[in-house]
Write a protein that binds this ligand. Structure first.
Ligand SMILES: O=c1nc[nH]c2c1ncn2[C@H]1C[C@H](O)[C@@H](COP(=O)(O)OP(=O)(O)OP(=O)(O)O)O1
Ligand SMILES: [Mg+2]
Length: 215
């Protein structure tokens, strides 16, 4: 098995919200991690139809560009009443014609479609966040770590913390949305804990247990 040498790898993401969460999750491990955004790497086109394919595209591009192992996160929100949409197109639903992103617009679109489907009760509004992490080496060797969290979509949006669709997602067992949780509450995990809460923290926990050594 290839190793992460010199405690160094690239985070193959340009999403500031994700990068903040990874910085936080990684802090106890003391790795030297730079993001694709900081390194000025181009954003590859996400042409896959699965989270795994898109995570591989991003991780492989960053690993090839830098010669370092790269970790990518492809994620999204899947609503049961919408047959799993927006899924791998979660970011696209927020992308305006000029390329900027507006998640208020995306959350409104989801809400409009749910209403059109008559999805009003809590059970009709079930959804999950999915995150697939791909660790890829410059030679193309890759491995995957998946995390999911179940919950329901609420309206109106609540909370100003987090990013993306966090204000409309209330994980099972909580009265607050991800938008009302601090990063620590949303992760629901630190090294050594048996369980994590968010999709990203759940995927990261598997990655960390397989690949990272505490500082
Ligand atoms: O914890 C989350 N809380 C709220 N929303 C989230 C979360 N996790 C993913 N999401 C939404 C927003 C994101 O834009 C999209 C993923 O799209 P995705 O292509 O994986 O990420 P991205 O384009 O934002 O950044 P990048 O590809 O550079 O990593 O799903
Ligand atoms: Mg993306």
């Amino acid at each position: 098995m290839r190793e992460i040498e010199n405690r160094q790898f690239v985070l193959a993401s340009h999403n500031a919200g994700k990068l903040r969460e990874f910085a936080d999750l990684l802090a106890p491990f003391g790795y030297r991690v730079r993001s694709a955004a900081e390194l000025g790497l181009p954003e590859p086109e996400e042409t896959g139809t699965t989270f795994e394919e898109n995570a591989y595209i991003k991780a492989h591009a960053a690993a090839c560009a830098t010669g370092l192992p790269a970790l990518a996160d492809d994620s999204g929100m899947c609503a049961d009443a919408l047959a799993g949409a927006p899924g791998v197109y979660t970011a696209d639903w927020a992308t305006l014609p000029d390329g900027r992103r507006d998640f208020r617009v995306a959350m409104e679109k989801v809400e409009r479609l749910l209403r059109e489907k008559g999805a009003f009760g809590a059970s009709a509004r079930r959804a999950r966040f999915v995150a697939v992490l791909c660790l890829c080496f410059p030679d193309g060797a890759a491995e995957y770590y998946r995390g999911e969290v179940e919950g329901q979509l609420v309206w109106p949006p609540r909370g100003t913390l987090g990013f993306g669709y966090d204000p409309v997602f209330q994980p099972d067992g909580f009265e607050t949305t991800f938008g009302e949780m601090t990063a620590q509450q949303k992760h629901g995990w630190k090294p050594g804990d048996a369980h994590a809460l968010s999709h990203r923290a759940r995927a990261f926990k598997s990655f960390a247990e397989a690949r990272l050594v505490a500082a």
